[in-house]
Structures are given as C-alpha cells and as structure tokens.
Design a protein around this ligand. Structure first.
Ligand SMILES: [Zn+2]
Length: 331
C-alpha cells in the first residue's frame, strides 16, 4: 500500500513562474529552462514508479512512501522507499532519454543523443549511495537496525544503457515487482509493531521542500521580475484594470480573476508578505482602494495594522503533522 503520496512539486511550480517573469535577455533564463525540463522528467519518472505500486501488491507486510524528504547529517530526498520487516529498498528514478553510460573515474552519467549531443549528469549511483548512507544514519538515530538497499529506475524505455552502473542494480519500472519478489525475506529485523513504528516515523518526519521565494534561491533581483497581470489568452503582461475585470489590449481578452495568478506569483517569486504599495506596483494599478479590494478578495491573512498592514498566504507549506499514526486501526 502507498502510505505517502507524491508531494506537490513546489520547485517545479516556482521554476515555471520564474521563467515566465524573467526577461528573454536575463542571464539565467536558459539555465532555468533546462531545470524545468529536468524537473518535469523527474516528475514523470516518479509517476511511472508510483503507477507500478498502484498496480501490484505483495503478500507480506510492506509500505511505500513516495517523494520522502528527511534530514539526518544533511537533507535528502528519496523518490520511493519500500519498507518491509526484512529490508528497506530505496528507488532512485532517472528519467533521462538517450544512450546512457554510467561512467567511473570520475563517477557521472553520460548521455548521448542520436544527434551526437552529449550531456553529463551527476552519477545516479553516487546519489543513491549518498541517500542509502543518510538513511542508515537516520535509522541509527531512531535505533532501528535493518539492511538498506537501493536500485536505479530508468524512467523511459527510450533509454538505452551502454555501460551499466557497477554498485547498484538498474531496471525499468515494470521490472520492480520481479526484483522485489526475488529479494530474500529469511530474516525479520523488525517485529510488526516496530515495522509500523518506523513507517510512521518516516512519514511523520517528512518535510515538504519549498525553495520560495525563488528570487532569493536563484540570487535574482526583484527588479528583474516582469511586473503586471498576465493575459491568460496570449500570455503577454500588462492587462489593464477595467470595471469587469482585466482587459488585454493585444488580444482583447477580459478576465475577471487574472490578478490571482499574479499575486500568487509574488509570493512564490518575491517574498512571503505583500503590502498595498507592493501590490499596486506589481499589478500596475493606480488606486489604493482598488488594490485593497483586490487584496481583500484573495482571502489572505492580514497582519499588522493601519499603514503597516501587510498580507500573507494562509497555507503554510511546511507544516508537519506530527505523531499521527498511519496505522490508526492497527491493521
Ligand atoms: Zn492577451
């Protein structure tokens, strides 16, 4: 059973907003674009693994936790964790299409496309080994003694492996069930109760990864962010406020709620708070009253008072639910 679903990918959402609001000449534009592509490939790869665990089940005690962020001697992210009473299996997804060589000296993943283009990525073997070590340290702190193993999962059957990894098995998602069925289960390291406790603890210690505000994360100045409300039809910035909503002078689209995306992007890109003046400048409005009406319509949390009033989003992305059992009925 899947006990923890994939988290919202705040990084991917943030990268897209950042890309849209950076001018075409900005030095980081291309780099952000390639980060968007690799984040998207990562999401697809993880979805493929998730689909396998939704389709197949196993005749012993196990749990699957997807997209798990933990910290021990440093923060680490596990794409999929398969826990049993006999071992913990970490699955590291790699959704890179092309001819792949897992190189050593130094460790890296070399990808060659049919066009001849060559790209070098961080070695998934090294990533996996690091995650295995960090998870072992995390388990040690929890006083849990259980073997931790790992495997690399290729996201696409369009990937062809020319040089396999040496330290870890590699497979397509469809092979995961056979691989798991073949793993030995002679010795139980955990009692059923311990298994449930560790699984609860893994789930409860997950922390959402949220790199907002993106400008800070990328060292981008606020002045480089394009201001204005974006037209949902033609994507241009600078819709004008009219009585019926927002009007695009280019494609003549009228949208009543086009400001909502812009205000959300302020919080994602610039900072966690917003006052009337900042909102007015960002949406390119003239009237303080009209700005106030817009802010009030957004169901934001009001803080401070009078001239120092500012607003925050109500959702707290990093709230952690602690001590909640994922086995409420003790199965
Ligand atoms: Zn338009």
């Amino acid at each position: 059973m899947i006990l923890k679903e994939q988290a919202i990918n705040y990084n991917y959402i943030g990268l897209q907003a950042l890309y849209e609001r950076l001018g075409n000449n900005h030095a980081l534009k291309e780099r952000i674009h390639s980060k968007i592509l690799s984040a998207k490939a990562g999401i697809i790869g993880e979805k493929n693994v998730e689909a396998i665990f939704r389709k197949y089940s196993f005749p012993f005690d196990y749990a699957v936790l997807l997209d798990l962020n933990l910290s021990s001697n440093g923060k680490f992210k596990i794409d999929a964790l398969f826990i049993t009473r006999h071992y913990i299996l970490i699955l590291e997804s790699k959704n890179v299409v092309g001819n792949l060589s897992f190189e050593r000296d130094p460790f890296c993943l070399r990808r060659e496309l049919d066009s001849g283009q060559v790209d070098i990525y961080e070695s998934p073997e090294v990533q996996l080994e690091r995650n295995i070590n960090l998870l072992r340290k995390w388990l040690k702190k929890e006083r849990v003694d259980i073997p931790v193993i790992g495997a690399i999962i290729l996201g696409s059957t369009k990937s062809r492996v020319h040089k396999s990894p040496v330290t870890s098995p590699i497979m397509y998602p469809t092979t995961i069930p056979n691989f798991i069925w073949g793993l030995p289960r002679d010795k139980a390291y955990l009692s059923l109760e311990q298994f449930q406790q560790v699984t609860n603890s893994l789930k409860n210690n997950h922390e959402d990864y949220c790199p907002y505000p993106m400008c800070d994360a990328w060292g981008i100045e606020t002045k480089d962010i394009i201001k204005g409300v974006q037209c949902p039809e033609c994507s241009l910035f600078g819709m004008k406020k009219i009585k019926a909503g927002w009007y695009c002078e280019v494609c003549r689209q009228v949208d009543r709620k086009a400001h909502e995306k812009a205000i959300n992007e302020w919080f994602i890109l610039v900072k966690g708070s917003l006052n009337n003046k900042e909102c007015r400048e960002f949406l390119q409005l003239n009237s303080q009253q009209a700005t106030l009406r817009i802010i009030k319509s957004m169901n934001l949390k009001e803080c401070g008072s009078n001239k120092r009033t500012f607003y925050r989003k109500r959702d707290n992305r990093s709230v952690r639910v602690k001590n909640r059992s994922v086995f409420p009925n003790n199965r």
